[in-house]
Design a protein around this ligand. Structure first.
Ligand code: NAD
Length: 312
């Protein structure tokens, strides 16, 4: 079947050639095949969607082909062929550059869905540009980490028109377990940035708590076993300690530099809302220092190494 031979009906995309095949079909252009994007795009492939993957470093596109996806070769192919364009890129500038390039080319599809964590203001700008092209725009940041992306159990918080959200829902169902329409464009990102603010605070709490334990003669594993059944339990403690700190694993996961990016975005959001986030300001300064000291490329749980190293 040619990629263009798909129609949207009754909340799903189907082959347009009258085939009896029950599986929903849509052509997806997935841009950003990184720690999150690769397993998300693979899950879409495994659910029967035709997915063109595009990534800055071409090795990732080859790896995606091995998982059953197709190499996009160029952004123009995605502009031309994709019914739905998805982005999962590191920084606001990456999203702005890629989408601006696509808008210049002209987009033939119906939806743009951005899974990256960027700013509500950027989404507002992109949604306005999309509307001028007659394209629906959804900001749909995700939480649940690479494990959630692999398992298709992400929490997806989606801002945008409700009708556009409902049309995209079959795609979200492949990727996530908790899928919420949060309100207008940008609201998904506001929820995500509040989440990231708390992730930063919890990461700092775990790092300092373990460092305090080390210096007080308390065994880390015993501490974790007790606290994971106590009020100090958190998803972040459950993630950082067994899978990274105890396992001496440093590669991301979720890079510390990306968490710093999110704390900066949450700070901007708080500034706009005139909320001081006093405790968060100190934690953000510590993340800036950790980044400058070379921890940015490591998993965010390496904040424990930074905290311990600083005082040893
Ligand atoms: P990543 O750095 O692992 O992946 C990003 C990918 O995008 C890389 O493969 C990179 O080569 C590619 N890329 C960058 N700029 C590009 C461009 N201009 N054109 C094409 N490809 C480009 O990042 P990630 O961890 O997958 O995170 C992506 C987004 O998802 C970020 O905004 C992050 O904050 C968010 N996020 C990450 C996690 C996580 O646990 N890693 C969880 C939730 C949300």
């Amino acid at each position: 079947m040619e990629p263009a031979d798909t129609i949207y009906t009754n909340g799903k995309w189907f082959p347009a050639n009258g085939s009896k095949r029950r599986k929903p079909m849509a052509v997806i252009g997935f841009i950003g095949l990184g720690n999150m994007g690769m397993p998300m795009a693979r899950n879409l492939v495994q659910s029967g969607y035709l997915v063109y993957g595009f990534n800055r470093s071409k090795k990732k596109e080859e790896a995606f082909e091995e998982l059953g996806g197709r190499k996009a070769e160029s952004l123009s192919l995605i502009a031309e062929k994709a019914d739905v364009i998805m982005t999962c890129l590191p920084e606001p500038k990456d999203v702005q550059d890629v989408l601006s390039e696509l808008f210049e080319m002209g987009i033939s599809g119906s939806h743009i869905i951005d899974f990256s964590t960027v700013s509500p203001a950027l989404h507002k700008e992109m949604k306005e540009k999309a509307a001028r092209e007659g394209v629906e725009y959804l900001d749909a940041p995700v939480s649940g980490g690479t494990a959630g992306a692999e398992a298709g159990t992400l929490a997806i918080m989606c801002g945008g028109e409700e009708s556009a959200f409902e049309k995209a829902r079959p795609l979200f169902d492949v990727l996530g377990a908790t899928i919420t329409h949060t309100g207008p464009a940008g609201s998904g990102t506001k929820v995500k940035l509040i989440n990231q603010y708390m992730v930063g605070m919890h990461t700092a709490a775990v790092a300092e708590a373990l460092h305090l334990a080390d210096e007080s003669g308390i065994d880390q594993k015993m501490l974790y076993d007790v606290l994971s059944q106590s009020f100090a339990q958190s998803k972040i403690f459950d993630r950082h300690y067994p899978d990274f700190i105890a396992a001496k694993r440093e590669e991301p996961g979720f890079a510390l530099s990306l968490l710093l990016k999110d704390l900066n975005l949450a700070g901007e959001m708080a500034g706009n809302a005139e909320v001081p986030l006093e405790a968060g300001r100190k934690v953000k300064e510590m993340f800036e220092d950790a980044d400058q000291q070379g921890y940015g490329g490591k998993d965010m749980s390496a904040f424990y190494q930074y905290t311990s190293g600083k005082h040893s």
